[in-house]
Design a binder for this molecule. Structure first.
Ligand code: HEC
Length: 138
């Protein structure tokens, strides 16, 4: 009887440890997203809690095609050098949650939807970042 209880407790604590590790609500921005899910999110006409305009409505995936925002054809390559001190991943994350922190040359501040940070989950943002990193112009 005691043994069963012990095993039950052991299993429970292992489950807790496993869940705790996975739900990374860390603010370090280093959580790896799911690129396949990010691709789906990017292609949606609307996105997030308040049905904000989707990324694809302003960003083409074709080279050189400028809609309201720059083409994301090779954003996975461009992201790395954009802002000194920011990795590609950090830059992309910032571009989504705080678009005015760095405004791409030739575009105006305040045009990209401003409140994705509050309307998308951290997981969705990480998934989008993971997807954008795969866009290397090929
Ligand atoms: C209403 C139009 C609009 C929507 C919707 C939009 N963007 Fe943007 N985005 C822009 C504009 C304009 C810029 C360039 C100006 C700037 O840097 O803020 C930009 C810039 C960016 C950049 C930086 C590009 C670079 O070359 O450095 C990234 C990354 C980005 N957007 C990702 C996204 C993602 C992901 C979504 C969807 C969650 C999204 N955008 C939705 C208009 C939009």
């Amino acid at each position: 009887m005691r043994k069963t209880l012990f095993i039950l407790l052991l299993v429970l604590s292992l489950a807790l440890v496993a869940c705790g590790g996975g739900s990374g609500s860390s603010d370090a921005g280093s959580t790896v997203g799911n690129a396949a899910n990010g691709e789906k999110l990017f292609a949606q006409a609307t996105i997030g809690l308040r049905s904000a305009p989707g990324c694809i409505t302003c960003h083409s995936l074709e080279p050189g095609v400028v809609l309201t925002g720059p083409s994301q054809h090779d954003i996975g390559l461009r992201a790395a050098g954009r802002v000194p001190g920011l990795s590609a991943e950090e830059y992309l994350h910032q571009s989504i949650v705080d678009p005015n922190a760095y405004v791409v040359e030739g575009f105006d501040a305040g045009v990209m939807y401003m409140t994705y940070g509050a309307e998308l989950s951290e997981q969705e943002i990480n998934d989008l970042v993971a997807y954008l990193l795969t866009l290397t112009g090929k």
